[in-house]
Design a protein around this ligand. Structure first.
Ligand code: NAD
Ligand code: USQ
Length: 389
């Protein structure tokens, strides 16, 4: 297949590109490097040094003998998106290119607006480009489990069969997300479903849980192929943060009671899921939804697992929760669609956590300790960037 990866310079986009390339697909990348700009804005950087995209692609050509064309540009420029889709003429578009942090979207009005503009407008431009150029292109779009929130009923994979006052229908599962970032994904999902209905597009919306891990089989082949690893209070995700905190001797920062339960997934399984979804496309007109996670754990369980795996002393601190979220709730989400396509999960194990400890140990002198604590409070309408600088 010819696969165009939007957000190919990011934490997940880059290892996905390598995985699809090694599996024999032709891969091209699109990115505008805005994520690297956000690092500068926040005064932080990836714990693991990352090469420029130019160097990554050059290294991959040397290691694998495979070229990866790169388009540099912003998805919010609709004419450019049209031009790229026409030029590369892909079978599949994998769309990762969004602002991906909930705290960043909750910093203040400017960041909330920028997040929703970037994510919603970018995706709309992609939908128009597909509809105008070739409606057979399969869109594989990264959504998030957080779109659903934490309802007091079982979560289905995107759709819900409903009986109401004696009549039946199949509707999109109700959403109650917990940040303006997560809301941007809900808006995307609705726009994509509408595009499937009116234009007969084929799309897979992958509601992914929290990702952890830093290495895949392919990124291990050369230091210049490494992907980013964030630990800061804005872009770092919970399990990655806890492994780094353990290595630094910093208390693990459990927000509130820690009963918040989330679906989690290893980065190795993320790239596998994308390949499986791409290789078995949705049918024309179908808005297909998979819940992309492999196990569910509460934040406290994650902290206890990391603490038990670490050879030294680790303390767990209950930090006042800067977010507005349920800290103790029912949670059961279906996730069989990707298993049915052949996903073989790599579940969280001591070995996996050990490898994260080793990575954190190797680069710990790069940590900026003041970037660790959470600084973004959901109830405030304006948060300072201080603390991450
Ligand atoms: P990331 O920020 O590392 O990668 C996103 C990439 O997209 C960056 O390289 C960025 O420069 C690029 N980008 C953003 N807006 C763009 C635009 N308008 N035009 C061109 N390029 C643009 O994020 P990630 O962690 O790799 O996440 C990728 C996707 O997966 C996001 O949509 C995110 O919401 C979703 N997701 C991530 C996780 C996770 O735990 N990391 C979990 C579930 C879903
Ligand atoms: N949390 C802590 N301590 C921390 C960091 C987080 O207790 O130090 C808690 C949060 O309060 C939250 C949970 O851990 O309850 C997850 O937080 P997170 O920062 O790891 O993840 P989240 O903000 O939900 O966002 C991340 C990615 C996002 C993706 C989402 C998947 O940044 O791109 O969409 O995970 S999901 O959570 O399933 O929606």
């Amino acid at each position: 297949m010819r696969i165009l990866i939007l957000g190919g310079d990011g934490y997940l986009g880059w290892p996905t590109a390598l995985h699809l390339s090694v599996r024999g697909h032709d891969v091209a990348l699109v990115d505008n490097f805005v994520r690297r700009d956000w690092d500068q804005e926040l005064g932080v950087e990836s714990l693991v040094p990352i090469a420029s995209l130019e160097e990554r692609v050059r290294t991959w050509a040397t290691v694998s003998g495979k070229e990866m064309p790169v388009y540099i540009g912003d998805l919010c420029d609709g004419d450019l998106v049209d031009q790229i889709v026409r030029d590369y003429d892909p079978d599949t578009i994998v769309h990762y290119a969004e602002q991906s942090s909930a705290p960043y979207s909750m910093l203040d009005r400017r960041h909330a607006v920028a997040t929703q503009m970037n994510n919603v407008v970018g995706t709309l431009n992609v939908l128009y480009a597909i509809a105008a150029h070739n409606r057979d292109i399969h869109l594989v779009k990264l959504g998030t489990m957080g779109e659903y929130g934490t309802p007091n009923v079982d979560i289905e994979e995107g759709w819900l069969d409903l009986t109401h006052r004696g009549r039946q229908d199949r509707v999109l599962f109700p959403k109650r997300p917990g940040s303006f970032y997560h809301l941007s994904k809900v808006h995307d999902s609705h726009n994509i479903e509408f595009a499937c209905r009116i234009w007969g597009l084929r799309a897979t919306d992958l509601n992914q849980g929290v990702v952890y891990g830093q290495e895949t089989e392919e990124t291990r082949l050369h230091p210049a192929l490494a992907t980013r690893f964030d630990y800061d209070g804005i872009f770092g995700t919970v399990l990655n943060r806890f492994t780094i905190q353990a290595v630094l001797g910093h208390p693990l920062t459990v927000y509130g009671q820690g009963g918040q339960t989330r679906g989690i997934i290893n980065i190795v399984d993320t790239v596998q899921c994308i390949r499986l979804a791409a290789e078995s496309p949705a049918i024309a007109g179908e808005f297909r939804v998979f819940n992309q996670f492999t196990e569910q754990m509460s934040v406290r369980q994650i902290a206890e697992t990391v603490s038990a795996a670490y050879p030294g002393d680790v303390s767990i601190e209950q930090v006042e929760n800067p977010r507005v979220e349920a800290e103790s709730h029912y949670y059961r989400a279906a996730h069989t669609g990707l298993l049915d396509l052949g996903l073989v999960p790599h579940l969280l194990s001591d070995t996996l956590i050990d490898s994260l400890f080793r990575i954190a140990e190797r680069h710990k002198e790069r940590v900026s300790p003041e970037a660790i604590r959470p600084t973004v409070h959901w109830r405030a309408t304006a948060n300072a960037l201080a603390g991450a600088q």
